[in-house]
Design a binder for this molecule. Structure first.
Ligand code: GDD
Ligand code: MG
Length: 362
């Protein structure tokens, strides 16, 4: 089966991280998010993938090239202007042969069994099969109602609270039959969720929901992005290898002062320096080339590459993107800092602040 991954969204809710970095490249345990998605697809025999791009296309193309490093065949289709989820599928599907194909939203992480999903799709002679997952708050997603035999009866994108009738939602993974492409207009903005699925249901087409009880998260907000990092680090995602939730993993050439205290799970990238009397409490991920200077305290955070946390700083429950500099004595809690942010000496940032890239605060 071939796959199309939709990676052309603006990543609005993940700003300021996504001003410079596409949502699909935000680092998860120091590797680009989409790498996990691609490796998982390959495990299920999907090794030919088209990435449907719009916003911030070139860094994604540079990152994965033709897919050689992942032993996959990756190609790219770039929209002139964003075509929406359906328009993007139509635009990208040009050279798909006449087989059923997989479509993924590019911001979902799951351990779904796509091999089983294809079997289910064929057994039910379905035109469109939508993976289903339970969530606490369906108002942020596409709500799906089904019959007992899993035939979809209703698809309601971003329902209002009073419209919520189930906790089951569209997980953003579909297997589609190629003749559906005839329904989608060319070079026109078109939504799978608001147009294609509701119109198929109205016409009585066979749309089925494939239930899954596995791990699933949409990394669309800073909280969920951090949560994915922590879940992987704490060994909460069985198929992803981290089994021991108090591991401390230190990258090549990183130096940790003997008086520093690291309480796992902590992942420290390459070429980092951790100074004397520093405390790092897990779950925390730190990218390569970071300096955590003496007496700093870092806890429950995700720090990208080239970041300096100055002497005596407190950085708690935060995210700092590439090359941020937190000068000595700063106090930062629950903040999200874009690339290259500087926080001046002894500044106490209000809790929950989001700072745009390249700003100096203090
Ligand atoms: N190429 C391209 N062009 N991709 C797009 C475009 C576009 O115009 N618009 C959105 N995308 C991509 C985004 O990059 C993302 O990977 C995916 O399509 C879904 O867009 P989001 O903006 O993340 O949508 P959402 O999270 O609010 O809702 C969607 O995902 C939920 C599951 O996480 C819907 O599909 C919901 O029904 C679903 O429950
Ligand atoms: Mg999303």
């Amino acid at each position: 089966m071939k796959g199309i991954i939709l990676v052309g969204g603006m990543g609005t809710r993940l700003r300021p991280l996504t001003w410079d970095t596409p949502k699909s490249l935000v680092p998860v345990l120091n590797k680009p998010f989409l790498e996990y998605v691609l490796r998982h697809l390959k495990k299920h025999g999907v090794d030919e993938v088209i990435l449907a791009l719009s916003n911030l296309a070139s860094p994604i193309q540079e990152c994965f090239g033709d897919g050689h490093d992942l032993e996959m065949k990756i190609s790219y289709v770039v929209e002139k202007s964003a075509l929406g989820t359906g328009g993007a599928i139509k635009n990208a599907a040009g050279d798909l042969s006449g087989d059923s194909f997989l479509v993924l939203n590019g911001d979902i992480f799951s351990d779904f069994d796509y091999t089983d999903m294809l079997k289910f799709h064929r057994q039910h002679r379905s035109s469109a099969t939508i993976a289903l997952t339970p969530v606490d708050d369906p108002t942020l997603y596409g709500l799906i109602e089904t019959t007992d035999s899993l035939r979809v009866t209703r698809f309601l994108e971003k329902p209002k609270a009073q419209e919520v009738t189930t906790n089951l939602i569209n997980a953003g993974a579909y297997i589609l039959e190629p003749d559906l492409l005839d329904i989608i207009p060319s070079e026109t903005e078109y939504s799978v969720e608001r147009q294609l699925f509701p119109s198929m249901l109205k016409a009585g087409s066979s749309v089925y929901a494939f239930p899954s009880s596995g791990y699933w998260i949409d990394i669309g907000s800073p909280e969920k992005y951090s949560r994915l990092n922590f879940d992987l680090l704490c060994g909460n995602v069985a198929s992803y290898g981290f089994q021991n939730n108090c591991d401390i993993i230190v990258g090549y050439n990183s130096q940790i002062h003997p008086t520093a205290r690291l309480e796992g799970p902590v992942l420290l990238g390459e070429n980092c320096v951790v100074g004397s009397n520093v405390t790092i409490k897990g779950p925390t991920v730190i990218g390569s080339r970071c300096r955590i200077e003496e007496e700093a305290f870092v806890s429950t955070s995700v720090i990208w590459q080239g970041v300096t946390v100055g002497r005596g700083c407190r950085f708690v429950s935060g995210i700092a993107a590439d090359d941020c500099a937190l000068q000595q004595g700063c106090e930062i809690e629950q903040a999200v800092l874009g690339n290259n942010v500087t926080i001046l000496k002894n500044y106490k940032l209000a809790s929950g602040t989001k700072v745009e890239p390249r700003q100096t605060i203090g």
